[in-house]
Ligand binder design. Sequence first.
Ligand SMILES: Cc1cc2nc3c(=O)[nH]c(=O)nc-3n(C[C@H](O)[C@H](O)[C@H](O)COP(=O)(O)OP(=O)(O)OC[C@H]3O[C@@H](n4cnc5c(N)ncnc54)[C@H](O)[C@@H]3O)c2cc1C
Length: 463
Amino acid sequence: MYSGGWVRRPSQSGLSKNAHQGKQTMPTLAQGQSQTAVPQTQPEVRKTVHYQIVIIGGGAAGITTTSLLLAKNRSLDIAIIEPSDKHYYQPGWTLTGGGVFQIQDTVKHQKDLIPKGATWIKDRAVTLDPDKNAVCTSEGIRVEYDCLIVCPGIQVDWHLIKGLKEAIGKDGVTSNYSPRYAPYTWELIKNFQGGNALFTFPNTPIKCGGAPQKVMYMADDVFRSKWGVRQRTKVMFLTPATRMFAVPVYSRILEGVVKEREIEVKFHHNLKEIKAGTKEAIFDVLGDGGSVGEFSVKYDMIHVAPPQSAPDFIKNSPLAVPNSPYGWVDVDKDTLQHNRYPNVFAIGDASSLPTSKTAAAVRKQAPVVAENLLAFMASQPLRAKYDGYTCCPLITGYDKTVMSEFDGYSGRPMSSFPLNPAKERWVMWLMKKHVLPWVYWNRMLKGARFEGDYIKFLQWREK
Ligand SMILES: Cc1cc2nc3c(=O)[nH]c(=O)nc-3n(C[C@H](O)[C@H](O)[C@H](O)COP(=O)(O)OP(=O)(O)OC[C@H]3O[C@@H](n4cnc5c(N)ncnc54)[C@H](O)[C@@H]3O)c2cc1C
């Protein structure tokens, strides 16, 4: 059943030196190995419009920030460029893959969420011209602005794993990183009868760095609940990283979890190909400076966390971090203002903020952008600062979650509750399953104050 083996075959792909040395667990592509952006063609301009504030992306960041801005000043003239009719609560995709939610539980109509007072331009931004304060859409609308907020989320680069696009969604290959495939994850898990169950992590930053593991712990619970299935199953987690999680205190907990569950972990392993015909997954084995060999293993099911980067239209623009393979919007980590274009701000997954990319991080970034953008418009100093806060609730089983809140800039654990966060807790599972989705739809997107702020004096603090 298990046919993993080594083939020494050096190749060019791999991690940066830091990632190998364990100085950071967030893997990065090697210098010069770009997430090659597809060049965008400039559509013919059919119409020009102008708004005081233009927001690219009506996801977690775009809607939250618009609500906050309008709460501060109802007369602001704001347009949101957003192509999709649907707005997803993406953290719910993990629970969909685990059979707790249906995919329809994670989605609402975008029209019901765009804050009253904002204009929705239902179109896709395709080119950025920050020297002329303009964005062009795919339908040829030139949208000019006084100030711009860039938050179109992250791009999932399925194509960077050979064979994945063709294989995914059938014959045991799945990913919770798309609403299309998250329900199939549950199909696979609940019908699994034994064999090799693989879970992978890519060699790029991703949104919610814990998601590739959460699904694995739920799958392991299901396998154990069915007579003889876990005994017939090898569960493997394969990652280019050098530890289980970026923050040491949470990483140690997860090391205990994989040990207790007898999950085989392979560090320095980067998925590069799916051979659907033979149901094989091929990994680069990474050493200092790149690949030192190849590892192939048969799968009966594989959950892939695909490589990710900034959307191509950002990579192709002057707003991107210069010479970076990922193309994030280049902003100051404290003020969230662009490093070269002062009337441009960015938040969320597409930004260069060196913290873990989550909706929880967006919750703390949005008030900073709202305050600083208004200060900029009033020619005042930018006083609000983002502290790197993020949170990735680590589901470690159907009734357990580690509410891993932390300062992504320093790796210091934090807590919004009067409880030590470095523990698996049932109450945090209830929080993840019932409370956080409600908070997202009913408070965060409406610009309500962060709940933890009401009990600041009670919150757990690291001694
Ligand atoms: C499986 C999974 C599990 C997760 N779990 C958690 C969790 O437990 N906790 C947590 O906090 N976070 C979690 N996240 C991450 C969280 O969902 C994201 O970090 C968050 O949604 C980022 O917000 P954003 O606004 O930057 O991007 P998004 O919410 O993705 O919104 C981007 C928006 O921009 C739009 N857009 C895209 N391209 C363009 C364009 N060219 N022009 C205009 N608009 C465009 C999109 O349609 C979308 O509406 C998870 C994500 C996934 C996939």
